[in-house]
Design a binder for this molecule. Structure first.
Ligand SMILES: [Fe+2]
Ligand SMILES: [Fe+2]
Length: 223
């Protein structure tokens, strides 16, 4: 076992579980393995991780994983949810009209979500790549492109997409008011529930692993 993996964890059941996992990490210390450990822990509801495990993750691997899940949201999850709304629309009865209106809450949210992802893809991630390049080779960050952008500021204003989706779900549920929900609508609601869980894991990787590490690096490199 690697020396840095022998992390002294605080007492408690949670920490014992984490320690067990760290002890089982392969000697090669592959970043994918550490990343999967983090994802598994996030799925179980943890939001704090041992520093050694966080440091084990290579930033480029984490960026790849985040980009992959962005692609998954835009190309698979959202089209699947849209399909459910379409199914509801194509077989609508009177009460389904109300349900369709409720789906509108999600459609507004979806626009915000897509804009959030696009911003990260076209601005945040390229900035991170530039910062890493600066660290590696000293190539200065293109301030004409990135202006006065800082990760610290971005981190402070980074919105909680999973909490917003939770609000959408609650708003829809509160308005169903005894309406009999057809299968397409029930599928739609289950999809939202799963999507929210997925976004919560994504948020943990961004807010508890990626950004804290990079804000530290940014402060160290750029002051
Ligand atoms: Fe993201
Ligand atoms: Fe984000």
């Amino acid at each position: 076992m690697k020396e840095e993996q022998k992390v002294k964890l605080e007492a408690g059941l949670t920490d014992r579980l984490l320690e067990e996992r760290l002890n089982n990490m392969p000697v090669s210390g592959s970043s994918d393995y550490a990343l999967n450990q983090l994802i598994d822990l996030a799925k179980e509801g943890f939001t704090e991780f041992p520093k050694a495990l966080i440091q084990e993750v290579v930033i480029q691997d984490l960026l790849q994983a985040l980009k992959k899940s962005h692609g998954n949201y835009l190309n698979i999850k959202l089209p699947e949810i849209e399909q459910s709304i379409y199914n509801l629309y194509s077989k609508q009865t009177h009460s389904d009209n109300v349900l369709l209106m409720l789906c509108g809450f999600f459609i507004s949210y979806q626009k915000k979500l897509v804009a959030h992802i696009q911003y990260e893809e076209v601005f945040l991630f390229p900035y991170i790549e530039s910062l890493l390049e600066y660290q590696k080779s000293g190539t200065p960050i293109d301030r004409e492109r990135f202006g006065k952008f800082t990760l610290k500021q971005f981190f402070e204003n980074h919105s909680n997409l999973e909490e917003d989706l939770n609000e959408v779900r609650n708003k829809i549920t509160a308005n169903i008011d005894g309406l009999k929900a057809p299968l397409a609508f029930r599928i739609f609601m289950t999809q939202l529930e799963h999507f929210e869980k997925d976004l919560a894991i994504h948020a943990v990787l961004e807010d508890d692993v990626l950004l804290p590490r990079l804000v530290e690096l940014e402060v160290h490199l750029l002051g």
